[in-house]
Design a protein around this ligand. Structure first.
Ligand code: C2E
Ligand code: MG
Ligand code: MG
Length: 405
């Protein structure tokens, strides 16, 4: 592994190099000026696997340095090192990730050798100097064909009640079974569907398939809430509630078991119509969930105007919130607000036991995330439910949980 250390402080620079050498890393280059580091990367692209970079530097700061890394297509890992405020360090980390740099972590000064070692251990296998092949994008014709020919398939992710650890429902997540590329995830085609006017066709297919699967589960005695994602662009035709009702009736699935998760990725074009539609859905006993709460346009204005009965807190506020004071505060405020508005709360992105314990303690109602299960094909669900029953007991301690409100 070839490592580059960038820090204007001579002492810190030498100290880091010494620490790295003690840990067995021999190929370490130190630069006290970020400009020199940039030159090195320009002259020998691909020669460095890991960069440790300070944020506060007089001539070129860490953020400017990140900009150069992006320009140069740097494909190795990055560790930010700083003596600054924790939130500044986190923002810098987020920025680097948003630029798709591979951030291996952040370290506080003075850097402890143990933390450094732990971080490097994660990094050592398979260090790459090549950027992953850019995932290809799709065009509207290809997607339209895919929708028509039945290439869209639904996967389902369980939603579990925190108090009883019982699975009470599933969320439908669409995938595109692409003839060449295999399973393609929605972040690569939902925005295209919206832009190309294909989102209604997509939604109909997803809804119909989901209702068919729900019907089969019911026949096996599994009465689950069925959540389906809808885009704001689906809420333009005033007959949308009638369409959903007809589909559900045809499939023999009660409307009260349907949840529509609404994400607002861009501003609503026609607010009145969307309000008309959402209110009528509620009158038909269909539940409405505000998805990705706290991000984009999923905001307070939506809560004020739309009769949502469920609030889904975005995973960026959930995962790891137990060790982040700012996230913890935002999370608790959101849960409190939802409770006072009489809404059910769902935490997305429960990735580990610590997330589970933290959100349960905070009094959140429902959990969703990889700690419980990833999304799966419909036919796997009955087996998963059986296996889950065995895991449940370890997640529901007998002592009652008193949420800290
Ligand atoms: P979403 O509705 O917020 O769904 C949650 C996303 O987070 C899913 O990604 C899910 O697989 C992922 N996820 C679940 N648990 C975890 C976890 O513990 N950690 C992490 N890191 N991720 C987790 P997916 O399936 O890629 O879907 C992405 C988004 O695409 C969805 O976000 C939803 O907004 C949209 N989408 C999915 N299906 C449809 C659809 O049928 N129609 C529309 N309009 N949008 C859809
Ligand atoms: Mg959703
Ligand atoms: Mg979400």
């Amino acid at each position: 592994m070839r490592i580059l250390v960038v820090d204007d402080d001579t002492f810190i620079c030498r100290l880091l190099v010494r620490q790295l050498q003690t840990l067995g890393f021999r190929q370490v280059i130190a630069c006290e000026r970020a400009r020199v580091a940039v030159e090195h990367l320009e002259q020998q692209p691909g020669s460095i696997n890991l960069i440790l970079c300070d944020l506060q530097m007089p001539e070129m700061d860490g953020i400017e340095f990140i900009r150069h890394l992006v320009r140069l297509g740097y494909a190795g890992a990055l560790v930010l090192v700083s003596g600054e405020d924790e939130r500044i360090l986190q923002s810098a980390e987020r920025l680097a990730r948003a630029h798709r740099l591979r951030v291996a972590g952040a370290l506080f000064k003075p850097v402890s050798s143990e933390r450094l070692q732990r971080l490097l251990e994660q990094e050592t296998p398979g260090v790459s100097t090549q950027r992953d092949a850019e995932s290809r994008s799709y065009d509207a014709d290809e997607l339209a064909r895919g929708i028509e020919t039945g290439e869209l398939v639904n996967h389902y992710q369980p939603k579990v009640d925190f108090a009883s650890a019982q699975c009470t429902g599933v969320e439908t997540l669409v995938r595109w079974r692409h003839p060449q590329d295999g399973l393609v995830y929605p972040d690569r085609f939902v925005a295209l569907a919206e832009a190309a006017g294909l989102i209604d066709g997509l939604m109909r297919t997803v809804l119909r398939n989901a209702l068919r699967d729900a019907r089969q589960w019911r026949e096996q005695g599994l009465e689950l809430q069925l959540a389906v994602n809808v885009s704001m662009d689906n809420l333009q035709g005033l007959d949308f509630p009638d369409l959903v009702e007809q589909e559900a009736l045809a499939a023999g699935v009660p409307l009260s078991s349907l949840v529509l998760e609404v994400t607002e990725s861009h501003l609503m074009k026609n607010r009145q119509d969307a309000l008309d539609i959402l209110t009528r859905l509620r009158l038909k006993r269909i539940s409405l969930s505000i998805d990705d709460f706290g991000t984009g346009h999923s905001s307070l204005a939506q809560l004020r105007d739309i009769p949502f009965n469920e609030l889904k807190i975005d995973r960026s506020f959930v995962h790891g919130a137990w060790r982040d004071a700012a996230l913890h505060t935002i999370l608790n405020a959101s849960l409190d607000m939802a409770r006072k508005l009489g809404m059910k709360t769902v935490a997305e992105g429960i990735e580990d036991r610590a997330d589970w314990d933290h959100l349960r303690q905070a009094g959140c109602d429902v959990a969703q995330g990889w700690f419980i299960a990833k999304a799966m094909p419909a036919e796997h669900l009955p087996d998963w439910l059986q296996a889950w029953d065995e895991r449940r007991s370890e997640l529901t301690p007998t002592a009652p949980v008193i949420p800290d409100r």
